[in-house]
Design a protein around this ligand. Structure first.
Ligand SMILES: [Zn+2]
Length: 538
């Protein structure tokens, strides 16, 4: 077995831990039960995983499957295909009321947008109330929710109010921390060095290169490096349940596409991280860890609505087109034309899609207002991804299709015939309604409407039924998936998820050969029933 510098540092750390335990006269963790390690590769569809395995981009995972008896199982993740909905179901066994990454909460009469401070914690506190999470006594890294973990790092729910113990527990092993810092600094310099070399040779690409570099260094080097070492430390210490989410692939796939070179490159790095964790597992057989590798949803290539419509924002366009009889006033018109001018100017400067994605990141994460929501005359529209929500405000419960028809005659049909729109969902007494290209289809156990041709039609109908049962889903849910122009996202991105396309819906879970999972897995709720068994009875 080769000994890497990481291994050396970890064994020093381990010796120190033993010393600390002896000083405190504490005992080593008990050996009574099996332990849980979940590695999530955010956003990786089964199709892309299989291609990555076949093309040698994930050599270690391939080896796990070929030589070490691990099994690759198909999994369908339900709707929306989005991390918060998946993790709420898998971590707490709760049917989530989380219709997207950004939506309107009728109770609070305010938006929930997951990256914003406090929003994930609020949703977790309300929806998981009283439930036992699968990570109780354990650690969560890079997740949206904590799953009950004591130790949370870079988890959305704790980003802004890290628990004192959490930070201390994660940061106390100074050996590991200083090693991670040293190593990551080295990698940062390497990446910078390469970038300088590229800058000299390809001045034109430099602008976008530098911006991507900062994201890459942030996510890929520091976050992944820290996660892997922190998880390794947990595994040595025998922490009962660990959930680590590697975000690199999802971030790159949104910016460059799910099959782009940059997205695929990040898979190789995640593969290396998995290899490192697996080596640690082999050294602590007494802890009896079961390793699972899974994806919470996939991604599909898409066109940004902004590009398709030469600068229109969907959430505003709906008002101009259908909901707002008064002509736009002068300042609105000015704003629009300056937006269009700005976009055209940037198009000349840099490859436009990338620049727009970065603008979006800046706009969205740096500012506190909601650039992708628009509200007027008692209606609020939120663009969340390849999905958008329309809410009639000042009502306590969702309106059904008839009530909407009364207020806005023909709106759902007309929307479903518009550029960039694949289908529109509404509620009806007997289940969801789907409007596509101006036609109206009921969806239920015997009718799959426009999805009837798909082999997984019943799963799509079930997913849409679940989605439209969520109180927080809009009165209308509008999807850019399956638009006449191809898949479309209402925010600036070229890889998208939240919808029912096969690439979004179908993922995978890798399990040890001696573990039996429910089969088939068609909803993350089934994972909860399996993972909660790792918790000791309280
Ligand atoms: Zn994503």
């Amino acid at each position: 077995m080769t000994v890497s510098p990481d291994d050396l540092v970890l064994s020093v750390q381990r010796a120190l831990d033993r010393l600390v335990r002896r000083l405190r006269r504490g005992s080593a963790p008990e050996r009574t039960h099996r332990r849980l390690l979940i590695v999530q590769i955010d956003g990786l569809s089964r199709v892309v995983l299989e291609r990555a395995l076949a093309s040698g981009r994930m050599p270690f995972l391939k080896r796990l499957l070929r030589r070490h008896g691990y099994r690759l199982e198909p999994m369908t993740v339900g709707l929306p295909t989005s991390t918060p909905a998946f993790q709420m179901a898998a971590m707490y066994g709760v049917r989530p009321d989380i219709p997207g990454f950004h939506y309107f909460d009728r109770d609070r009469q305010a938006d929930i947008h997951f990256p914003r401070p406090g929003h994930a914690a609020l949703v977790e506190a309300r929806q998981a109330a009283g439930r036992r999470g699968i990570l109780q006594g354990g650690s969560a890294y890079g997740c949206v929710f904590t799953g009950g973990a004591d130790n949370n790092l870079f988890s959305f729910a704790r980003l802004t109010r890290p628990s004192g113990e959490g930070v201390l527990a994660a940061l106390s092993p100074f050996v590991v921390v200083s090693w991670v810092c040293a190593k990551n600094l080295l990698r940062t310099f390497l990446e910078l060095g390469r970038a300088v070399a590229r800058l000299v040779t390809h001045a034109a690409e430099a602008r976008q290169g530098w911006r991507w570099l900062t994201i890459k260094i942030g996510f890929s080097v520091w976050v992944r490096g820290f996660f892997t070492l922190a998880v390794s430390r947990d595994l040595y210490a025998g922490v009962p349940a660990v959930y680590v989410n590697y975000l690199d692939y999802d971030v790159a796939a949104h910016a460059f596409g799910p099959q782009s070179r940059r997205a695929l490159l990040s898979l190789r790095r995640v593969d290396r991280a998995i290899r490192q964790l697996w080596r640690v597992l082999r050294r602590v057989p007494e802890h009896q860890y079961d390793l699972y590798i899974l994806a919470d949803h996939g991604q599909t290539p898409c066109k940004p609505y902004l590009v398709l419509t030469k600068g229109h924002r969907f959430e505003r366009w709906i008002f101009d087109q259908f909901l707002d009889p008064t002509p736009a006033n002068a300042s609105d018109a000015n704003q629009r034309s300056s937006l269009v001018r700005g976009i055209h100017a940037r198009q000349r400067e840099a490859p436009a899609l990338f620049q727009r994605f970065l603008n979006y990141l800046e706009e969205d994460f740096m500012r506190r207002d909601e650039p992708e929501a628009y509200q007027k005359n008692g209606v609020r529209v939120i663009a969340a991804g390849p999905n958008a929500f329309l809410y009639v405000l000042n009502v306590t419960a969702p309106l059904d299709a008839d009530a909407l028809e009364h207020r806005f005659p023909g709106l759902a049909e007309k929307l479903s015939q518009s550029a960039g729109v694949g289908f529109v969902l509404a509620r009806c007494k007997n289940g969801p309604l789907c409007f596509r290209r101006g036609e109206r289809y009921p969806l239920n156990g015997s009718e799959a409407g426009p999805f009837a041709g798909r082999p997984d039609a019943s799963l799509v109908v079930q997913g849409i039924t679940d989605l439209m049962t969520m109180p927080s889903a809009g009165d209308l849910v509008i999807y850019g998936i399956d638009a006449p122009e191809g898949h479309v996202s209402f925010i600036p991105e070229v890889g998208a998820h939240a919808g029912p396309s096969p690439e979004e819906l179908h993922t995978f879970i890798v399990r040890p050969s001696n573990v039996t999972l429910p089969s088939p897995i068609t909803h993350p709720l089934q994972l909860y029933d399996h993972f909660i068994l790792y918790q000791e009875p309280s």
